[in-house]
Design a protein around this ligand. Structure first.
Ligand code: HAM
Length: 418
């Protein structure tokens, strides 16, 4: 049985085949995501992976609707696997916002599903770090969120030479469109043309722009000028005060594909432009109101960072650590008469917090020792009698004999020599 295209198997390292993914690398990424979000005071939430289809069809825009993994369930409900987290978050916040002080700062690490054409950096399932701030209109919130995005990437060892946040605003484009005499009914169609400028042939973009009363020349000139709006300038100043100015640049080519964005939008890219977007986000001040049917009105902003492109970049830059299953102690049971007290020793050491391995069934002593070496155990411990244990440091080869109740202390000293 083969797995479905665009889905992944995650194996512990060392990986058996180049076609599988590393469960250790995934855990490494999750740890950094959680660690940075918590340092910024964000709290973790989660929602269901399966939602009513309607949650996504009206709010996200055609780009995502075309990629939905939807079906009718056994109860005749039209449902969809979640392609993104934001509508779920808006629903959850609207339901219980009174219980939380504003601004609400929440993060999640959902697995998301999009029926996309499988290509480099794009699969049919991915994990996404979502961080969102709800209930604050001031650009200080946008700056805080972008600082979190920068620090998350920095926590992996990436520097300002490696990535850049391209910062833009739909407000700037809104003014451009309005002052250029655009018909407001076609504003989102105009945004979609801008969103595809980098991916589509210029003649094609020009033709589509002309149909809306604009020219590619005028659009290019506006992008080229890149004059920051007041809100964008305030974000740039805020980031400069933190020493993070080098990580951002104004780039009006970014406008974002999703329909619900309202103001500042941004995307993170590798500097060389070799990879697809690492992350994207922005303000969506109307979504909570839309999803709650007008009951709750809260401004919001956030970003999503996928694990797929991030992992490609970390691999390319050699920034993934060596993943060893670190075993602290391998307990050797050479005399089967001592299995019961050995199990007691193993239990005590695990309770004390050590990673302990041993042979589940009787095995020759050289076989057990070989296994300890394969597992890169720091120590072996062997009961010599009911009350004494021989401890061996496998690196230095030092050996000591300690009382059974003293083993944990001895290992602590040895594993933390400072
Ligand atoms: P998005 O731009 O659709 O935004 O996705 C964010 C990131 O998720 C992308 O930059 C990319 O790294 C990753 N990603 C998206 N689709 C795939 C895929 N098929 N395979 C692998 N990686 C993928 C959103 O989803 C917004 N809901 C983010 C957001 C949160 N906006 C406000 N709050």
């Amino acid at each position: 049985m083969e797995r479905l295209p665009g889905f992944r198997d995650f194996y512990p390292e060392p990986l058996p085949h180049q076609d599988v993914w590393s469960a250790d690398a995934r855990q490494h990424i999750f740890d950094k995501w959680r660690g940075t979000a918590r340092r910024y005071g964000f709290r973790e939430y989660d929602g269901p992976p399966l939602e009513p289809l309607e949650l996504f069809t009206t709010k996200s825009g055609e780009e995502i609707v075309g990629q939905l993994y939807n079906f009718v369930d056994k109860g005749e409900r039209a449902v969809s696997l979640r392609p993104e987290m934001t509508p779920t978050l808006a629903r959850m916040v609207a339901a219980h916002e009174r219980n939380y002080k504003k601004p609400i700062k929440w993060f999640a690490l959902p697995q998301l599903f999009r029926y996309e054409r499988q290509q480099k950096g794009r699969l049919r399932e991915h994990f996404q770090f979502n961080a969102d701030i709800i209930g604050e209109t001031d650009p200080a919130a946008d700056a805080e969120l972008i600082a979190l995005l920068i620090d998350t990437l920095r926590s992996f060892g990436l520097a300002s030479e490696d990535f850049v946040i391209r910062l833009s605003s739909r407000n700037a484009w809104h003014d451009f469109f309005k002052h250029g005499g655009g018909d407001m009914a076609h504003e989102y169609a105009f945004y979609q043309i801008v969103d595809k400028l980098e991916r589509e042939a210029t003649e094609h973009s020009d033709e589509k722009l002309r149909a809306l009363g604009f020219s590619l020349e005028a659009v290019d000139a506006f992008i080229e000028k890149g004059a920051p709006t007041i809100e964008l300038q305030s974000i740039l100043d805020n980031l400069a005060a933190r020493g993070l100015r080098d990580f951002v640049k104004i780039d009006y080519r970014v406008i974002r594909g999703l329909a619900y964005y309202t103001g500042v939008v941004f995307e993170a890219f590798d500097r060389k432009g070799e990879f697809r977007a690492i992350a994207g986000g922005g303000r969506y001040d109307n979504l909570v109101k839309l999803i709650s049917g007008g009951k709750v009105n809260l401004p919001a902003l956030g970003f999503g960072m996928g694990d797929v492109v991030l992992l490609e970049i970390l691999k390319a830059r050699g920034l993934l650590p060596q993943f060893d299953a670190s075993v602290d102690v391998f307990v050797l049971i050479e005399d089967e008469n001592l299995r019961a007290p050995s199990l007691k020793l193993i239990q005590d050491l695990r309770t004390a917090g050590f990673v302990v391995e041993y042979s589940l069934t009787p095995a020759k002593s050289d076989k057990q020792f070989k296994r300890a070496q394969e597992l890169k155990a720091a120590f072996t411990a062997k009961l010599e009698s009911e009350s004494y244990v021989r401890i061996r440091n496998l690196k230095s080869r030092d050996e000591v004999v300690a009382g059974v109740s003293d083993v944990a202390n001895h290992l602590l000293i040895k594993t933390n020599p400072q």
